[in-house]
Design a binder for this molecule. Structure first.
Ligand SMILES: NC(=O)c1ccc[n+]([C@@H]2O[C@H](COP(=O)([O-])OP(=O)(O)OC[C@H]3O[C@@H](n4cnc5c(N)ncnc54)[C@H](O)[C@@H]3O)[C@@H](O)[C@H]2O)c1
Length: 456
């Protein structure tokens, strides 16, 4: 991902962006021959899905996948924990049954055919789910595991929907980028859960911006400022590894910090509005002001980052998890001819000397829309690949975290090549995780000016 390539892409971004999606060839090979047969009489229309990571988003994603046009089957499930797996299966079964009972047409052809022999538990469960005979794999674990699971699914020749973020560190991003090249060669679907990319309001807005509605972008401002999230209290029988797995949000090797886990959505829009150019460097500041208890592991509660793009323009980014402050989850851009304000609730507003323009497309559930789009494309035999921007937007967020943790100016190419590896030595509930608490139960928190973010 050389900076030069990025510059070239920046200069030709208008032309590049006239096409809104990255369609990778129409040929249908390997895993996709079966899916594309759907339009042929006598061919199987059914798309079998294996879900890896059966928590909140995994349960939501599989239910949305089941509620798309055409027969979709939940075929296999995998989770590190049996209670999460069972809870997900119960909830999905109930929703499908309710949908059918209520005559909801989108549930007409969907089914849950996931007997105990296709329910897999533990750190290696993902392998069994991938080998279970499914056509499509949904990856919805916390992001620390994504590179391992994505690699395995690509290796097995499966179509993939993977939640954002796609990694938590530079080595993980390099693995995802390499596996994504393999996925392109194998003509596998790679969809990434950055749902704004499938939202008609965002799509029409981006088209306008790429067509020059506000001129050249001088700077953008992106925000995910809100309150905090859940804590799952420590249980007496838990090993340290189990405790951290249950409380993954607060440990960087699994989560990447909230700038990566959550703010990625807004950073992705910042890159998207520039034709998928990514920043060349970042500098910023952050810390933990109120979320200082031991139950909050090691992550910060606020970050402010100034990203610089290869063309010299800036993206100012704020994310905060502190109750009682001014909240905002939005994106804005300031150009040579006007401004853009995107609001997920009320839509987009473009303001120029000539007047104002508001997005007109209807508001949709963009989480559901990305599944409608993916299954419809699979059934048409069209394969698209969202892995490049998924990886680059994830790394934009990681770069921001590296800047706030270290307090240094961090450059994309160097950070991608030599950023530290956060992964544990082994994945086992008896193993020691990469960070452990001190005698008082507190975890090491990064200190700007002291913390090193490049590998030693
Ligand atoms: N696109 C969005 O708007 C959106 C919204 C919410 C979450 N997400 C993403 O979805 C992912 C999951 O988030 P969540 O809110 O569902 O978390 P969650 O804690 O509710 O669920 C995660 C599940 O993964 C399981 N798991 C953890 N490690 C595993 C492993 N190695 N193998 C198998 N299973 C494992 C956990 O036991 C848990 O059941 C995250 O990457 C998150 O960023 C995306």
């Amino acid at each position: 991902m050389a900076e030069n390539n990025n510059r070239e892409r920046g200069s030709s971004r208008r032309a590049f962006l006239r096409s809104t999606s990255a369609l990778v060839g129409g040929a249908i090979v390997g895993a996709n021959a079966r899916v594309a047969r759907s339009s042929h009489p006598g061919g199987s229309d059914e798309i079998k899905v294996a879900l890896i990571g059966c928590g909140g988003r995994g349960s939501g994603a599989i239910t949305q996948a089941l509620a798309t046009k055409g027969p979709v089957t939940l075929w296999a499930v995998a989770d590190a924990f049996e209670d999460n797996l069972k809870g997900c299966l119960d909830s999905v079964n109930q929703q499908v049954e309710r949908g059918r009972r209520d005559g909801e047409p989108l549930f007409k052809d969907s089914k849950v055919d996931c007997p105990p022999e296709r329910q897999f538990v533990g750190f290696d469960a993902y392998r069994q789910a991938i080998d279970s005979g499914a056509d499509l794999i949904i990856l919805a674990t916390p992001p620390g595991f994504r590179p391992i699971h994505f690699e395995a699914a690509v290796e097995a020749g499966k179509n993939i929907f993977m939640e954002k973020p796609v990694a938590v560190d530079a080595p993980g991003i390099r693995r995802v980028m390499a596996a994504n090249e393999q996925a392109k060669q194998k003509n596998l679907m790679v969809a990434v859960g950055l749902q704004r990319r499938h939202d008609p309001r965002y799509i029409e807005t981006m088209k306008r911006i790429h067509d020059g509605a506000i001129g050249d972008i001088l700077f953008s401002r992106v925000y995910w400022n809100g309150g905090g999230l859940w804590v799952r209290p420590r249980q007496p029988q838990q090993t340290e590894m189990e405790y951290q797995m249950r409380n993954w949000y607060y440990f960087n090797w699994i989560c990447g910090d909230h700038i990566v886990e959550q703010h990625i959505h807004n950073l992705d829009v910042g890159n998207w509005m520039r034709g998928d150019m990514h920043p060349s460097e970042a500098q910023g500041m952050g810390g933990r002001q109120v979320r200082t208890g031991k139950e909050y592991g090691q992550i910060f509660d606020h970050h402010f980052v100034e990203f610089t793009y290869p063309d010299g323009t800036k993206m100012y980014s704020q994310c905060r998890h502190i109750e009682g402050c001014a909240n905002e989850v939005r994106e804005h851009a300031h150009g040579t001819k006007g401004t853009l304000d995107i609001d997920d609730g009320s839509g987009s507003l473009v303001t120029t000397a000539e007047g104002t323009w508001r997005s007109r497309a209807a508001k949709v559930d963009n989480h559901h829309q990305e599944h409608h789009d993916m299954f419809a494309a699979l059934r048409r035999g069209e394969i698209y690949n969202e892995g490049d921007y998924g990886a680059e937007s994830t790394f934009t967020a990681i770069l921001g975290r590296m800047a706030t943790y270290s307090g240094k100016i961090v450059r994309w190419d160097e950070a991608l090549a030599t950023g530290e590896d956060l992964s544990p030595a082994s994945y086992d509930f008896a193993a020691t995780p990469p960070v452990v608490p001190d005698a008082n139960g507190f975890y090491p928190v990064p200190v700007p000016g002291k913390t090193e973010v490049m590998k030693a």
